[in-house]
Ligand binder design. Structure first.
Ligand code: BGC
Length: 468
């Protein structure tokens, strides 16, 4: 590395600068996604009292972001293929800012809900476009790290939202909590304006000269012609962009099943039940004051999530996707089982909770730290990485969009039914159900998910036997 810097200083510098712009796009898009996941729990109390909302309307205000994200992620693939990855990210940045301002200024619940939907659409569009953009611009040896940086940004966004919630909730300043997202939205817009277009998309649009110019700029040391020929060969085999229906063709069945399976298992193993309801879980674990709960949620969930994602970034391109997934699912399953067992005791001595965390409560905190750590070095970043690298270019935009929408749909179902499930079968059995899904997920990953570390996107494509 040092030698390369010494022998080709200017080239290395230019690579670094442009790749940093690409990284910045990815980080702002992910950060906005995360902020939005985390902020609503802190904003709800203030919104509820200002507009005197019914429980039904509280749920609408909460869930319309997910609905918007679902719609956004479905149109994002199409937009990314029509307009290009860069313009799509510009569009997402604009939508973020617009939605955030609408929420900040909302004179009525109707405008607030519309603003929530617009921000959700931006989340959905960015959640598809940013990792896809990273996958197409990062050199193969760094691709895993680039896409896990997207996940790192999500976790930083959640962490920042928890911090903002903690500092503004005393005054109930929900407008500032929600409106603050306008600033990173504008920043995303400005950075995307300076960012290069994806060379793979330019090749898809028969703009080889433009693609060559981008590659010269972003990776000046590489054999640009060789790389473009490889992209061209891959595209030629696939001829033109596929219609939507083609994503379901038998030819692409294997990558589609892998992407959808990962999208679903990432959610049904319980991550967002913990992210959204951590406060409530910690309340049952004996953290009696709002302050104590906010602190433990911010650090034990938000902070640990960021730190463990850093581990994934360090190892994903060396240890590979499969090993991280399999190891993470074991950690998640075991810790959820511990929470399930602990909740039997918490349930039994809930009355003692006011005197401070019980032993079972402390077991719950430790187990949730293990759970978040295991998720953050495995299913969190690896799922997004694999989804973005396994589809052939011809159907990549649509495949990624569909998998992202299925991920949002699963997230919606889990967060919508978690509390009802707890009411129906109890916390203990609910957590044991998540353990069961971890076990099923482990077996499925072991059998169905191939290793893709350090392979170029074109090599991955050949793994599916699409050459026949
Ligand atoms: C998931 C989100 C989750 C986040 C937590 C992401 O990979 O898609 O649903 O809230 O990780 O860090």
């Amino acid at each position: 590395m040092t030698q390369a810097v010494q022998t080709a200083p200017s080239g290395t510098e230019r690579v670094t600068q442009w790749l940093i712009v690409v990284l910045a796009v990815v980080i702002f898009a992910g950060g906005l996604f995360g902020y939005d996941q985390g902020v609503i729990s802190g904003a709800l109390a203030g919104i509820k009292s200002e507009f005197s909302l019914s429980t039904f309307m509280v749920q609408v205000v909460t869930s319309w972001v997910t609905l918007g994200a679902l719609v956004g992620s479905l149109v994002a693939g199409q937009l990314g293929d029509w307009l290009g990855r860069k313009q799509t990210l510009l569009f997402a940045g604009g939508l973020f800012a617009l939605g955030a301002v609408a929420q900040w200024a909302a004179p009525s619940p109707g405008v607030l809900v519309a603003g929530r939907f617009v921000v959700g659409a931006a989340v959905g569009v960015a959640a598809v476009a940013a990792p896809l953009y990273a996958a197409e611009l990062a050199p193969a040896r760094l691709r895993g790290r680039f896409i896990s940086s997207y996940q790192l940004a999500i976790t930083i966004g959640i962490f920042l939202a928890y911090l903002v919630n903690g500092s503004l909730s005393a005054e109930g300043n929900w407008r500032l909590m929600l409106g603050a997202a306008a600033f990173p939205g504008i920043a995303l817009f400005l950075i995307a304006l300076a960012a290069p277009e994806s060379p793979r998309w330019l090749m898809l649009k028969h703009r080889r000269a433009d693609a060559a110019a981008v590659l010269h700029k972003v990776q000046p040391g590489i054999d640009v012609d060789g790389q473009l020929n490889a992209v061209d060969a891959a595209l030629l085999k696939e001829k033109e962009e596929a219609p939507w229906s083609e994503i379901f063709a038998r030819q692409w069945r294997k990558p589609l099943v892998v992407a959808l399976g990962l999208a679903i298992f990432q959610q049904i193993t319980g991550i967002n039940a913990i992210i959204y309801y951590a406060n409530q879980i910690f309340a049952s674990a004996g953290f009696a004051t709002e302050e104590a709960r906010a602190t433990v949620t911010t650090w034990a969930i938000g902070g640990v999530n960021v730190a463990a994602t850093l581990i994934a970034i360090a190892f994903i391109d060396r240890m590979g996707r499969r090993l991280l997934l399999l190891a993470g699912l074991i950690g998640m399953g075991v810790s959820l089982a511990a929470v399930g067992v602990a909740f039997r005791y918490i349930g039994a001595d809930a009355g003692a909770a006011s005197s401070g965390p019980t032993t079972a409560g402390i077991v719950t905190v430790v187990a949730l730290v293990v759970f978040i750590t295991s998720f953050a070095f495995s299913l969190g970043p690896v799922v997004w990485t694999v989804i973005n690298e396994i589809f052939p270019a011809r159907v990549r935009g649509r495949g990624v969009a569909l998998a992202t929408a299925v991920n949002w749909g699963s997230a919606y179902l889990v967060s919508q039914f978690f509390l009802s499930l707890v009411d129906a079968i109890g916390s203990s059995l609910t957590f044991l159900l998540f353990t069961f899904f971890c076990a099923v997920g482990w077996i499925w990953v072991y059998r169905a998910v191939p290793e893709t570390k350090q392979k170029s996107l074109e090599e991955i494509q050949l793994m599916w036997g699409t050459a026949e």
